[in-house]
Design a protein around this ligand. Structure first.
Ligand code: ZN
Length: 459
């Protein structure tokens, strides 16, 4: 039997643009993840490069994050996709996230046209919100643990990855080979999500390496959140929490309710000022297959696990504007998580100049983001064209991450019945890839970190 080949079309030596092409011996082409490149300009330009890998018989998504799914509407719009498969949770989240991504693409094109800085006249979006909606509607959803025919001779089983709602690693069989695609691997003991399932024996494993050279700090997220809330109440002004609308906001809500229930924080007004988070939150309660045992137990007792007692969701723009006038202590969770955009900007503009305000930054803050500048002690911050003085207290929570660190990956790998035949390291920056490569090579494993565009035969 001839062998399938793998081509690394994205997330090779970097963390965005996940796209892995599997070509079977009979010439069937299956793309695992169709992610957008994000971050540096030379990476983002890859989203615009002509697609040269041919028509795809199928696309399989590991999860709904845009760096794994956000290129799908572009492929669909060009008539390049036979079918697209994912889990139930991923289909639901994609129904919200892909159109939002299309809207942002249209917005970018509008801004480029207004300022006249595009090479193209007029500048066009990568895809529109309408095209993204079409792509999202055509996703076919499948349950975990059920082997599913993808195309003739290729079968996939989705297994829980514990990263976000609907996230999966893939157990794929083609041409007599068994290949595991880790997708983004979550953590054991997540408050909201079920643990990652165990890997199976495989001829090849594509392993994500976001934290190949780092370990998560041991301090608990709940303790950090409690002390930030109590500190903010003491200061008397608002507590502003920039947070991702998908996953992170729900984790905060879960811990907040638990802290309140345990009497460790008082019952205080809390607003989620984000239409996306407002739409996503109920989805986390709707999919028992993805939930942690604690969430399922609470739901069975008719406790709403994501609803602290004085929680309100803010959807409309006018309600959001009204919230800006509120005085005294209250808390607001709003996107984006690194203060690169979203409704949090207006709240910061209003409250950063006051020393009574507390800003709680959650998790990693990438370089050159406003979140990072606040952490580094910036005395003023540019927000929506205005230079705003920073007198607020800036706090950080480090106890949250949706990705396994290298120790947690070791734990996951050790649960396979036998080591994988080959390992390809993806979805990591070079230092992270090298650290993980050295670690796995020391076990005697055959491991490599492919360059962008590399093609490998799985003989
Ligand atoms: Zn992800």
């Amino acid at each position: 039997m001839r062998s399938p080949t793998l081509t690394f079309l994205g997330a090779a030596q970097t963390v965005t643009g996940s796209r892995h092409l599997l070509t079977t011996a009979s010439g069937k082409r299956i793309l695992i993840d169709a992610g957008l490149f994000q971050g540096r300009k030379e990476l983002r330009e890859r989203n615009w490069a002509p697609w040269t890998a041919g028509k795809l018989d199928a696309v399989i998504l590991t999860h709904a994050h845009i760096d794994h799914s956000g290129f799908l509407p572009r492929l669909y719009a060009q008539g390049l996709v036979g079918r697209a498969l994912c889990t139930e949770g991923t289909r639901e989240l994609s129904g919200l996230l892909l159109p939002d991504s299309g809207y942002l693409q249209e917005e970018d094109a509008r801004i480029a046209n207004r300022r006249g800085y595009s090479k193209h006249h007029p500048a066009l979006p990568l895809y529109t919100a309408a095209e993204a909606e079409t792509a999202a509607r055509r996703l076919e959803a499948f349950p975990y643990d059920v082997p599913t025919a993808v195309v003739e001779g290729v079968q996939v089983t989705f297994r829980k990855a514990g990263h976000i709602l609907g996230s999966a690693f893939l157990d794929l069989r083609a041409d007599g080979k068994r290949i595991l695609f880790s997708g983004d691997l979550g953590r054991y003991g997540s408050p909201l999500l079920a643990d990652p399932q165990d890997p199976v024996a495989a001829d090849a494993l594509l392993l994500e390496c976001t934290y190949g050279d780092r370990q998560h700090p041991p301090e608990g997220a709940a303790e950090q959140l409690a002390s930030a809330i109590l500190g903010a109440i003491g200061r008397g002004g608002p507590l502003l929490i920039p947070a991702f609308a998908v996953g992170r906001t729900q984790e905060i809500l879960f811990l907040w309710r638990r802290l309140e229930h345990e009497g460790r924080i008082p019952k205080v007004p809390l607003f989620v000022d984000s239409p996306m988070a407002t739409d996503v939150t109920p989805l986390y309660l709707k999919h028992p297959e993805d939930q942690s045992a604690e969430v399922r137990a609470l739901l069975a007792q008719h406790v709403r696990p994501l609803h602290p007692s004085r929680l309100a969701f803010v959807r409309g723009g006018s309600e959001s504007a009204k919230l800006l006038e509120r005085q005294g202590f209250f808390a607001v969770i709003a996107a984006s998580g690194m203060v690169t955009g979203g409704r949090i900007l207006a709240h910061l503009e209003q409250h950063l100049p006051s020393p009574e305000t507390t800003v709680l930054l959650v998790g990693y803050q990438a370089e050159e983001t406003r979140g990072r500048r606040l952490l580094e002690g910036a005395r003023e911050l540019k927000l929506r064209g205005t230079l705003v003085p920073v007198r607020a207290h800036i706090a950080q929570m480090t106890g949250f991450s949706a990705h396994a660190d290298w120790e947690e990956e070791e734990r996951w790998l050790a649960r396979a019945p036998s080591p994988p035949g080959r390992v390809f390291l993806v979805h990591g920056e070079p230092p992270s890839l090298e650290a993980q490569r050295a670690r796995l090579a020391a076990k005697g494993w055959r491991v490599e970190a492919p360059q962008h565009g590399t093609e490998v035969e799985l003989a």
